[in-house]
Ligand binder design. Structure first.
Ligand code: TRP
Length: 372
């Protein structure tokens, strides 16, 4: 799986990312981490998820843990739950209320603190969406049609006609990022084309519509903070995805987790090694055990060694259950108080609306369209 929250186009994109720009972005991300640690007050982070299913260990090790780390450094963070994105390539929103509730419950359980992190639903912030109108004036249909992530996502829909919303989704996402003037966006590599589009929009807005304050553009150019590539597969050795029933969810109990790990695919070799290319399924279990226990995968493989698949599985389910125990305990407490979860979204909405309205006001002023 990739580090984003819906069955994304990361795999399809792997081939297109061998052009050196990925390496540059990765190198810049390392610098950025250091700059953030040195002075968190210079940065504002926005990131987001599509509410299409439960959060699982792929999300946890891929992005959630990193968000909590950024929050701990003291960076102001916004998280958009991108409910409108759900209908870019599907007919309906599904059980959206339950998904929002469960997603926010997971966020809080892993340690995101609503006092420090603004968590809000996309649809709740009208001024954010209004930014899309001027932004659409700054892009061409040709560049949208070229966007590799849009193409790949469309490719996964099995021949559905491309909706206008899917085609313009990078522009919409630019509004998600720029409404709060975020300058850092932690993402997986499949989202890099969208980030580039947001940077282009910020720059073109400046060129075409100008500034209010001559010293600063209305929109800063956001930078990607590439999450470390954690390529966790599902327990069947395939891409981790809810529809394959191969995930370990944050919300699962310890017994279900143990059963899921016990049923995981391995191979016929007796001794355990960490060799992701030759032994993807076994190595994936090793990686999971390593992430959960905070150890190096080679060390974990060596420790299990001749114990074989059954002791590897025992190690992995114990390590995962131990790591998740406090998170799950907190999750159960939070889940028992859904009103709190909706309160978190209500205050996130109020905060995000205030920020979006201020930005929209500046945007309209720069465009000479603030009349009142
Ligand atoms: N498109 C992202 C995904 O599919 C979710 C998302 C929505 C997002 N808005 C965002 C990510 C803004 C980063 C910034 O996972």
């Amino acid at each position: 799986m990739t580090t984003t929250l819906h069955p994304s186009a990361g795999d399809v994109l792997a081939a297109s990312s061998s052009d050196g720009s990925l390496a540059r972005t990765a190198a810049r991300s390392v610098e950025l981490e250091a700059e953030i640690s040195a002075d968190p007050s210079r940065f504002r982070v926005l990131t987001g998820d599509r509410p299409t299913g439960n959060l699982h260990l792929g999300h946890y090790f891929g992005t959630l843990a990193n968000r909590v780390a950024l929050q701990r450094k003291g960076v102001e963070t916004f998280i958009v739950i991108a409910d409108y994105q759900v209908v870019a390539d599907r007919d309906g929103v599904g059980p959206i209320r339950d998904r929002l509730q469960s997603m926010v419950t997971d966020y809080l359980a892993v340690g995101l603190d609503p006092e420090r992190t603004t968590i809000f639903a996309h649809s709740a912030v009208p001024a954010l969406h209004q930014l899309m109108v001027p932004f659409l004036s700054l892009v061409t249909d040709a560049e949208l049609r070229r966007n590799p992530t849009v193409k790949a996502e469309h490719g996964l829909t099995g021949g559905r006609p491309m909706s206008g919303l899917l085609l313009t989704y990078p522009v919409h996402q630019a509004a998600d990022i720029l409404f709060c003037k975020a300058n850092v966006v932690p993402v997986g590599r499949d989202q890099l084309p969208h980030l580039e589009q947001a940077r282009v929009i910020a720059r073109r807005f400046d060129q075409r519509y100008g500034r209010i304050d001559p010293a600063t553009p209305v929109f800063p150019a956001p930078e990607a903070l590439l999450s470390p590539a954690v390529n966790l597969l599902g327990t069947d050795g395939q891409k981790m995805s809810k529809s394959r029933r191969n995930t370990i969810d944050l919300a699962m109990d310890a017994d279900t987790t143990a059963r899921q790990v016990a049923a995981a695919v391995t191979d016929g070799e007796r001794s355990i090694t960490y060799d992701p290319v030759r032994r993807p399924a076994v190595s994936n279990l090793v990686l999971l055990g390593a992430l959960a226990s905070g150890r190096d995968p080679h060390e974990v493989a060596a420790a299990v060694g001749g114990g074989g698949a059954s002791s590897l599985k025992r190690f992995v389910s114990d390590a995962v259950n131990e790591h998740l125990a406090p998170i799950r305990a907190r999750r159960a407490e939070i889940a028992a108080d859904p009103d709190h979860v909706w309160d978190v979204l209500a205050s996130g909405k109020a905060r995000a609306r205030a920020v979006a309205e201020a930005t929209l006001d500046e945007t309209l002023a720069a465009m000479q369209m603030r009349y009142g």
